[in-house]
Write a protein that binds this ligand. Structure first.
Ligand code: CO8
Length: 263
């Protein structure tokens, strides 16, 4: 495993899996502008790196995934800066959502405000049983600005989103699982092992197929069903040009494990 350490993020590689850890434990990994910039630069580099097949995002320490945007910076925002800050954060989370590779949020504690928003921009969310998730912005006299009002309602429905957004009360991992905010809940001690297991399993699939699943689902939900189905059919047609699709079918018929090459 090789390690690079920019100031507020750490980046580790484990084969085809990259682990990005937000590392500001003194403020429960709150996201300041510098950290968001580093996250964007790191994600762009991982996007370009063809040897990376899956990314895990987590927070340093045992207490917090990310406790939100850094409130020290929010307190000083003017209207113009507030809008720019929100748009900049949204762009970073859009990048995570549109990375073209699966991003797994390993939620190891508080995922509040911008932390919950980042988790929602990820492809799959695994929570430690100790995690707490929520959008407490209303308690600060503000609303989410990094996509929370939109991604939360799309993930859990408007009724539950309104309740979380209007009360600001965090929920535990079990409740987050019940409402579909996280995919699975595991004991805190096994969180990273589970995230690595899932990441490795996905990283072993045919990379083009993985990319097209992401594109079909992300692109399709924005479209009327007929257009979304056309998108799916087009992507399926493109898949038919890959060696991996032929290998997958041949391996099944020959009763052996496929060897995918990413072509
Ligand atoms: N920003 C800055 N510092 C923070 C943050 C944060 N979001 N969260 C915690 N900290 C700091 C605390 O101030 C404290 O610092 P210090 O030791 O210097 O006093 C340290 O982290 C430890 O925190 P606590 O002592 O509070 O730890 P507790 O275990 O008592 O409580 C909580 C943990 C419940 C997580 C508590 O820290 C808390 O409520 N934090 C704030 C959570 C929150 O409101 N998050 C939402 C922030 S707003 C947001 O994310 C909006 C995003 C969109 C912005 C749009 C751009 C314009």
């Amino acid at each position: 495993m090789r390690e690079e350490s920019p100031s507020s993020l750490t980046l580790q590689r484990d084969g085809a899996v990259a682990v990005v850890t937000v590392n500001r434990p003194k403020v429960l990994n709150a996201l300041n502008i510098a950290t968001l910039d580093e996250l964007a630069a790191t994600m762009r580099a991982l996007q370009q790196d063809e040897t990376v097949r899956c990314v895990i995002v987590t927070g340093a320490g045992e207490k917090s995934f990310i406790a939100g945007a850094d409130i020290n910076e929010l307190a000083a925002l003017t209207p113009t800066l507030g809008r720019e800050h929100a748009r900049a954060g949204q762009a970073v989370f859009d990048l995570v959502e549109q990375l073209g590779k699966p991003v797994i949020a390993a939620i190891n504690g508080y995922a509040l405000g911008g932390g919950c928003e980042l988790a929602m921009a990820c492809t799959i969310r695994i929570a430690a049983d100790t995690a707490r998730l929520g959008q407490p912005e209303i308690n600060l006299g503000m609303i989410p600005g990094f996509g929370g009002t939109q991604r939360l309602s799309r993930l859990v429905g408007t009724g539950r989103a309104f309740e979380l957004l209007l009360t600001g009360e965090p929920i535990g991992a079990a409740e987050a699982y019940r409402i579909g905010l996280v995919n699975r809940v595991v004991p805190a001690s096994g969180l990273m092992a589970e995230a690595h297991r899932l990441a490795a399993a996905i990283a072993a699939k045919a990379p083009v197929a993985v990319r097209y699943v992401l594109e079909a689902v992300r692109g399709g939900v924005q479209l009327p069903l007929a257009d979304a189905l056309a998108l799916e059919a087009t992507l399926f047609g493109l898949m038919a040009s890959t060696a991996d699709m032929r290998e997958g079918a041949r391996a099944f018929l020959e009763k052996r494990a496929p060897e995918f090459k990413g072509t």
